[in-house]
Design a protein around this ligand. Sequence first.
Ligand code: FAD
Length: 404
Amino acid sequence: MTEPVIVVGAGPVGLAAALALAAERVPAVVLEAERAGVRKEWRGSTLHPPTLALLDRIGAASDAVAHGVRVDRLQFRDLQLPDRATFSYGVLEGRTPFPFRVQYEQYKLLRLLRELAEASPDVDLRQEHRVTGLTGADEGAAAAVVTLADGTRLTAPYVVAADGAHSVLRKLAGIGFPGDTYPSQSLVAATPFPFETVVDDLGPVSYWSGPNGRLSLIRTPDVWRVAVSTTAGVTASADGTGGPHPELAAALDLLVGDRSWAGSPLQQHQLYRSHQRVADRFRAGRLLLAGDAAHLSSTTGGMGLNSGVHDAFDLAARLGPALRAGGDGDGDAEADAYASARRDAAVRIVQPATRTVRAGVDATGRDARLARLRDLAATAADPVAGTRHLSALSMLDAVEGVSR
Ligand SMILES: Cc1cc2nc3c(=O)[nH]c(=O)nc-3n(C[C@H](O)[C@H](O)[C@H](O)COP(=O)(O)OP(=O)(O)OC[C@H]3O[C@@H](n4cnc5c(N)ncnc54)[C@H](O)[C@@H]3O)c2cc1C
């Protein structure tokens, strides 16, 4: 019997990694610090076409497609200027089995992945198992040993650190996490207000620039999700009590043209900081980093969660043939190939793409906003350039190798 790989963290990336390993006939033990029960956290709500294709391999795409919002076009607009650019997903027909983007809240994806993990004979999901120690992160180590908060020690051929942005395992292995943090914070809130009835030709996903910064408007199955940038230092109450955040209110006033939106409840206020960071290495001995533990990017464009899921499948596709029963090695070369390919995708593709999208919508000067929108409109109108642009925004070029 093959020794299980240990996956630390039962977030979307850890669960996807365990299920993808199970699909490769490699068992996985998932150690999760928190209690069972999914917090109703939105966080990532976007699934791009290649992510849907990968999730389909473990039976997780059809539910997201059936119950999520299928996005047929992506709009770039401005709160004051009439110029706009629209990219139609129709141009991706024939290039991917899922030529569209789906909006499906992270907590629903997590619930689905957890159900699949619990049903899989090859995934052993252990809640309330916090990892506090690690050995085997040095070169040439023959195995990894993790220590749990209660002192229990578990050995595995590889340990996958999918323990999120503040990864304990990354720190224990002494891996640096350089990059930068955006000075402005992001505020996200949900509202049932029917923007589609007051904003002309509103698509399910639109990114707006404006005199005070960006606004994104994303339709999820239940509500509209609204995100704005806020000036550093300005705080909002976590639950939105005490009225809407002034910068959110100013953006919605400009969008709607009056205060009618305030008649609908604003829920789930979340204030958070975005980062652009990539770990110095994705491998240390028998430890492999994946997801937010390995890289962070601006949430504008929705690539963070997606690239973490891509890591999970790449890792399983490479290590599976070596580690499965009767496999052809100890996975050493494959682990190196994973670490190199996925760090390269983060540095070369995801970081520049997210930095560019964010810089575009963060611009506040009228001339810069106008020039950018005209440029985007010209790109959208050109069949070749438009397809290339939408392919990049859909991460079709960020999964090289993953789809093997
Ligand atoms: C407010 C907010 C909004 C976001 N919006 C978007 C968006 O619009 N689009 C997008 O693509 N992304 C978005 N993201 C990012 C997205 O949520 C992450 O990329 C995604 O959650 C990464 O998944 P993960 O599994 O790597 O990490 P996480 O989801 O953080 O999961 C890590 C898991 O590891 C567990 N854990 C941690 N330490 C230990 C330990 N020592 N032992 C055992 N378990 C441990 C944690 O309890 C957790 O369950 C957003 C993030 C935030 C915070």
